[in-house]
Design a protein around this ligand. Structure first.
Ligand SMILES: C[S@@+](CC[C@H](N)C(=O)[O-])C[C@H]1O[C@@H](n2cnc3c(N)ncnc32)[C@H](O)[C@@H]1O
Length: 265
């Protein structure tokens, strides 16, 4: 069990690109057999799917909406451009893209419970034209090379087992001149803010998860998985390793989250 009363000190492997030869990986602060991570993550999102959107608003005090707006603007929706939204869950990014005037979008996710919520939300909002749904593992995308203009992944990469493979797949399916964008929690840049953020993450979030979603463990995993995710520079290096070019990032809310961008030249 993790002692959350102690300051967080990343383990030597925290934030490093996945070791493809290792037979264990992180699931929050736990080390689990590599092959088990996907089903553990699936259980988390099966459990939270119906409360996912309300929990996002409560946990982030609504700030995730502003981050996603900036992210969608960065994607630059245009009728002539297509989007594959990886780990798209309940659809916020795909919906933002379509509302912004973007071309055909595929809302994809490995988890059918999350996609089902997304499909129902799309129907409620009348967002059906130009939107397709695909149940897919971001590590093995069933699309042709050079077939889409934009690939997005928002708060999804953290949950994938082999993150480098996701980045390689994203690059493979992008058309030359296409752009990959990742929105993810990152490393807080303001040291004075870290204790408050830690207290919020490890004390408040799991309690909110228990009270609102009846699921403390999933929100404990959420807080832990954020700390285990590569920091800004490490993720930028992984994107370069995957073959993306002109890699850059911008911090949001002092580094609580970051948007990483890379191009296929
Ligand atoms: C925190 S949610 C993000 C949903 C949405 N993008 C958003 O920003 O609200 C993370 C999503 O990643 C999905 N996911 C986890 N592992 C995945 C994988 N290997 N391939 C595709 N999706 C995955 C989960 O099912 C979940 O819907």
């Amino acid at each position: 069990m993790t002692d959350i009363s102690q300051p967080y000190h990343p383990s030597p492997s925290a934030g490093r690109p996945d070791d493809r030869h290792a037979d264990t990986t992180d699931f929050g602060f736990r080390d689990v057999p590599l092959r088990e991570k996907k089903s553990l993550v699936r259980n988390v999102f099966d459990s939270v799917a119906s409360k996912y959107d309300i929990m996002n608003d409560v946990m982030s005090l609504g700030i995730h909406r502003a981050w996603k707006k900036i992210f969608v603007n960065e994607l630059g929706p245009h009728p002539d451009l297509s989007l594959l939204d990886l780990a798209g869950g309940t659809g916020d990014i795909s919906f933002g893209w379509l509302r912004g005037g973007g071309g055909p979008a595929i809302l994809s996710d490995i988890n059918v419970s999350m996609l089902t919520v997304g499909r129902n939300r799309a129907l409620e909002r009348g967002l059906v034209s130009g939107l397709n749904f695909l149940a897919v593992d971001a590590e093995a995308i069933p699309l042709a090379d050079n077939s889409v203009d934009r690939v997005s992944i928002a708060f999804g990469l953290r949950n994938c087992t082999d993150k480098l493979q996701v980045l390689r797949e994203a690059r493979r399916i992008l058309r030359p001149g296409g752009r990959f964008l990742c929105l993810e929690f990152s490393r807080v840049q303001v040291a004075a803010f870290a204790p408050v953020y830690d207290a919020w993450s490890f004390h408040v979030l799991p309690r909110m998860g228990a009270a609102i979603a009846g699921d403390r463990e999933s929100y404990q995993y959420l807080a832990e998985s954020i700390r285990m995710f590569p920091d800004q520079e490490t993720l930028a290096d992984m994107m370069r390793e995957a073959g993306l070019e002109r890699v850059s990032y911008q911090n949001l809310s002092g580094g609580i989250a970051a948007i990483h961008s890379g191009w296929k030249i």
